[in-house]
Design a protein around this ligand. Structure first.
Ligand code: ADE
Length: 407
C-alpha cells in the first residue's frame, strides 16, 4: 500500500451541493474524482467539505493551534496523511478488531456493512474511519453533515444517488432535523423511501426501493440522538482518546509521509502535548517543523529539545493545554471560587460559544481530571489547582466530596 498516494483535492465551487462523494476502487488505484450532489448553498457545501476533511470550523472559529480551525493547506496535508486501510490505522484496537470482523462478514456475504454509529470527542478519527471502511469495502462514500441537510430534498437527493454497497457518512448526526430523520428510518431499516403522492383523501404512500447501503453516523454527543435513530444502528462504537505511544506512532508515520525527520523521543514529546487527539498531533508536528525551518536553520531532525522549545514558544504547556484552556480553568478558580459554575456563565465570561466549550474544550479537560461536571455546574479539581500552581483552599477536599456525592 502506498501511503503517498493522494486523495483527490476536493474543489469548493460556487455550484450548489449537499455532499461530496469519493469513489474508492477495489483495485487500490487512485480514487476517482469527486462528485457533488445538489442542491444547496455554497456555504453549506463549504461546511460539508470542511466537515469531510476534518476542519470543522463550525466547532470553533477562533484561530489556535489546538482547536479546529485549519487552513486549506492543512486540509490538503491532512488528506495526504490520512490512513487508507484498517492496517494503516493506528490505535482504537478493540474497535478496529470488531470493524474488521464486520467487514469480513459483510464481504463474505457480498452485502453492505451494518449501519454504524461512531461517537466521541472531535479529532479522534471518525471521518477517517468512515473513509477507511468505504475503501476496505471498495465502495464509494458520500460525505455530508447534518446541518447541510436542511430540506427534505437534500437527504432524498443523496439517498436516491446511492449505489449497492455505498457508504453514506453523516457527521454531527445528532443535529439532523426531524423530517430528515423520518426519511432515514425506512431507508435504514427497509432500504426504501416512503413518498407521499397526492393530497387529501386520495393520498397514497409509494414505497421506492433503495439499494442496500451503509449509513455511518458520527457524533460528539451520542446522548443527543433520538432513541429511534440510535436503535437503527447495528453497530455503535465509542472512539477513545489515544495513548501517548499511539500518538507518537501516528506522528512518526505522518513524518515519514511528509518527509519530515523526527526521532522517537521528538515524536513522543509532541505526542505528550497533543491531548490524546491525532488531529492535534499531526498539526503540532507541522508547526514544530515550521519552527525548525525558521529558528533552527541547518537542523533537520525534530528531536526532544527542539519539539519542547517549539511547543513552549507556541504556549502549549506540558500536558497540552493552550492559553484558552488555562484561562478557562483560572476563571473557575479565581472568579467562581473553584465552582460550581454553569456552562453558559462560563462561556459568556470567556466570550466563547457554550457548544464549543462543551464539545471542543471540555472532553479533554474532563478526561485529564481537570474539571468535574456536577448537576450545579463545572468545578475545578485538586489537579486543576496543582497544575496551575494555586494552593488548595481550606476545606477543598470536603467541599469537592460533597459536590461529587450530589452528582
Ligand atoms: N492520522 C490521523 N489519525 C490516524 C490514525 N488513527 N492512524 C494513523 N494515522 C492517522
Amino acid at each position: 500500500m502506498n501511503d503517498r498516494r493522494k486523495l483527490p483535492v476536493i474543489p469548493i465551487s460556487p455550484e450548489k451541493c449537499t455532499a461530496v462523494t469519493i469513489q474508492f476502487s477495489s483495485d487500490s488505484s487512485a480514487p476517482k474524482p469527486v462528485k457533488k450532489t445538489g442542491p444547496v448553498s455554497t456555504e453549506q457545501l463549504q461546511a460539508a467539505v470542511r466537515q469531510a476533511l476534518g476542519a470543522k470550523a463550525s466547532l470553533g472559529e477562533r484561530p489556535g493551534l489546538l482547536k479546529d480551525t485549519e487552513t486549506a493547506y492543512d486540509n490538503r496535508l491532512e488528506s495526504t496523511i490520512r490512513p487508507k486501510t484498517l492496517a494503516d490505522y493506528i490505535g482504537q484496537s478493540a474497535l478496529k478488531d470488531s470493524i474488521q470482523i464486520g467487514l469480513d462478514a459483510a464481504k463474505s456475504r457480498a452485502e453492505a456493512l451494518d449501519h454504524l454509529l461512531l461517537y466521541g470527542p472531535p479529532g479522534l478519527g471518525k471521518t477517517t474511519l468512515a473513509m477507511v471502511i468505504a475503501q476496505e469495502m471498495g465502495a464509494e462514500i458520500h460525505i455530508t453533515s447534518a446541518p447541510a441537510l436542511e430540506r427534505p430534498r437534500d437527504i432524498l437527493g443523496i439517498l436516491m444517488s446511492m449505489k449497492p454497497g455505498s457508504v453514506l457518512f453523516i457527521d454531527e448526526i445528532h443535529r439532523l432535523n426531524k423530517v430528515a430523520e423520518e426519511i432515514l428510518y425506512p431507508a435504514m431499516e427497509d432500504f426504501a423511501l416512503d413518498r407521499t403522492i397526492g393530497k387529501g383523501e386520495g393520498t397514497k404512500i409509494l414505497r421506492v426501493p433503495l439499494p442496500r447501503f451503509t449509513l455511518i453516523g458520527a457524533t460528539t454527543k451520542a446522548g443527543s440522538l433520538s432513541g429511534p435513530l440510535r436503535d437503527r444502528f447495528g453497530l455503535i462504537y465509542r472512539l477513545n482518546f489515544y495513548s501517548e505511544q499511539e500518538l507518537s506512532n501516528i506522528i512518526l508515520r505522518s513524518a515519514r509521509i511528509l518527509n519530515i525527520e523526527a526521532s522517537p523521543e521528538g515524536a513522543l514529546a509532541i505526542a505528550s502535548r497533543s491531548r490524546g487527539t491525532p488531529r492535534i498531533a499531526n498539526r503540532l508536528l507541522r508547526r514544530v517543523r515550521d519552527f525548525m525551518a525558521v529558528k533552527k536553520a541547518g537542523e533537520t531532525l525534530i528531536n526532544e529539545p527542539i519539539a519542547r522549545e517549539a511547543l513552549d514558544l507556541f504556549d502549549i504547556d506540558p500536558i497540552g493545554l493552550d492559553p484558552t484552556d488555562r484561562q478557562l480553568l483560572k476563571l473557575i478558580i479565581e472568579n467562581f471560587s473553584g465552582g460550581p459554575v454553569g456552562l453558559d456563565t462560563l462561556a459568556s465570561t470567556l466570550g466563547e460559544d457554550p457548544r464549543t466549550l462543551e464539545d471542543v474544550y471540555e472532553p479533554y479537560l474532563l478526561q485529564a481530571g481537570l474539571i468535574n461536571r456536577t448537576p450545579r455546574g463545572r468545578t475545578a479539581t485538586g489537579n486543576t489547582y496543582r497544575h496551575l500552581g494555586y494552593r488548595l483552599p481550606a476545606g477543598f477536599a470536603e467541599q469537592a466530596q460533597l459536590e461529587l456525592e450530589s452528582s
